[in-house]
Write a protein that binds this ligand. Structure first.
Ligand SMILES: *[C@@H]1O[C@H](CO)[C@@H](O)[C@H](O)[C@H]1NC(C)=O
Length: 490
């Protein structure tokens, strides 16, 4: 007891010291970061761009997507620096954009509309993908190998736009359940502003979930080299099934999904986390989402998820008895070398969201025998977000267009090849490589893009060829939108 009490005191002091003396950024800075983090999604748009498109160096692209299967799959997002539309990361991005708005939309002020537009750009696409052919979910447009072999603007793209799907015969429970999660989460966002759209989203979420659950299998097995090793479902599909059920339950309050969670929850043990909440692994986030049902809504059946979430959250807090996460010398959460900032934005989002849930009824997380308050969770998340924005050993922001120093040679085809507005002539697959190999900064600023980030020693080379550090991705930004909104309002 004495030990636990001194730990709690330590955390309190730590929080106070940090927030009074080391605020690198003001709420103005976080508002700016929020604006830019949403603007980034316009640069990733596929399809016909609307008249109010603000990232003006982009133009229409992939206007015939789906035609090879006689369906309309125009729209959605390119996942990162290439021109493939990958369903699993797109659905995950959609879920996280929706969750960002659900938790922190109240802090978004004038950006709320832009955030909802960014969400709708992909929820519209996922609706097409889920309803174009009954019993089928389209999960990809484009050929990763031929696409990656070229360095082409999306507007010039001429590689095959083959269409891939999952169905009863070719199951893909992972991608289908994530799509169900995305549609259900989006239905919550649009409940008040567009109830008929919200209703369609939820109905479609349920039918896609049925497909995922009735015909079990991984899309990695059904689609093989089309999705692996790019967005292979390494964690399997159990995590997405529970995550999908949790989102549909949250959106619908339908008790059958709660029963489903109760009968299937055992597939997620309590100590199997490896801090890798991402487009692939949903376990940590499912625990946090379900814990809300207990903490905020008093659903007794979900009590166990409070402890599961505490364990996960405690593991992220340096100095906590259960601390397990790795940090760079400069203090950045470090999971792995490839696109590490995706784990930073997802875990920061969970810290803030769990902190909010705890706060709503005066609770705390139990870390071993000590208590951790929501203030500590917020402090930890703030360190990570501030690091991304420039409070780091390189003294640079890892968000393009934010601050004075930021990545200039990001691994992104559209950003690095001249805009079609400046250079209307076609730039072919091979001709684009001169821009890839150039030492010059990218001509088009992909405002708001957060890149993969620095290495385990806080070094960053600003090297276009090094995609692990210099490639942005929609799923890095989506949770950041919520975190930036939180700090802009505090
Ligand atoms: C990629 O960048 C990181 C961070 O700057 C660096 O540690 C790593 O060695 C680079 N990899 C290659 C292949 O250049």
């Amino acid at each position: 007891m004495v030990h636990s009490y001194s730990c709690a005191t330590f955390f309190t002091l730590f929080t106070l010291t940090f927030s009074s003396f080391t605020s690198a950024f003001t709420s103005q800075h976080y508002s700016d970061a929020l604006t830019k983090s949403i603007l980034f999604f316009e640069g990733q748009r596929s399809g016909k761009l609307p008249a109010n498109q603000r990232l003006s160096w982009r133009a229409d692209s992939a206007l015939n997507d789906g035609s090879s299967a006689n369906v309309d799959l125009v729209g959605g997002y390119y996942d990162a620096g290439d021109n493939v539309k990958f369903g699993l990361p797109m659905a995950f991005t959609t879920t996280m954009l929706a969750w960002s708005i659900i938790e922190f939309g109240d802090n978004m002020k004038s950006e709320l509309g832009n955030a909802k537009d960014a969400l709708r750009w992909s929820s519209d696409y996922l609706m097409k993908a889920a309803t174009a052919t009954p019993g089928t979910l389209y999960v990809q447009v484009g050929e990763p190998y031929s696409d990656h072999h070229c360095w082409e603007r999306p507007e010039d793209m001429d590689t095959p736009r083959n269409v891939y799907k999952v169905s009863a015969q070719n199951p893909g429970s992972d991608v289908a359940a994530e799509t169900a999660a995305a549609l259900a989460a989006a239905s919550i966002v649009f409940q008040d502003s567009d109830s008929s759209y919200s209703h369609k989203l939820l109905q479609t979420a349920k039918s896609v979930f049925d497909l995922a659950d009735k015909y079990r299998g991984s899309y990695s097995d059904s689609l093989g080299s089309v999705v692996c090793p790019f967005y292979c479902s390494y964690s399997g599909y159990n995590d997405e099934l529970l995550w999908g059920a949790a989102w549909i339950h949250k959106a619908s309050q339908d008790a059958s999904y709660l029963s489903y969670i109760q009968s299937n929850g055992h597939v997620m043990g309590s100590d199997d986390d490896d801090f890798s909440f991402s487009w692939d692994d949903k376990r940590a986030a499912t625990k946090v989402l379900l814990a809300k049902g207990f903490i905020v809504n008093n659903i007794g059946e979900l009590q166990a998820y409070k402890q599961h979430s505490d364990n996960y959250i405690c593991s992220l807090i340096p100095g906590s008895p259960n601390s397990q996460a790795q940090y760079t010398p400069g203090g950045l959460f470090y999971k792995q070398g490839q696109s590490n900032l995706q784990y930073v934005t997802t875990s920061s989002f969970l810290l803030l969201t769990y902190g909010k849930y705890l706060d709503s009824n005066g609770g705390h997380a139990s870390c071993g025998s000590s208590m951790v308050t929501s203030e500590t969770l917020i402090t930890q998340a703030k360190k990570q977000i501030d690091y991304i924005l420039g409070d780091n050993p390189m003294k640079m922001s890892y968000m393009v267009g934010f601050g004075d120093k930021y990545p200039t040679r990001i691994h992104h085809r559209g950003s690095s090849v001249p805009s079609v507005h400046d250079h209307p002539d076609r730039i072919s697959c091979d001709a684009g490589h001169q821009y890839f190999n150039s030492q010059s900064p990218n001509p088009n600023i992909l405002v708001g893009a957060i890149v993969g980030g620095p290495d385990s020693n806080d070094n960053y080379g600003d090297d276009r060829g090094n995609y692990s550090e210099s490639e942005p991705a929609t799923y890095i930004n989506a949770p950041f939108v919520g975190a930036a909104a939180f700090f802009s309002g505090h």
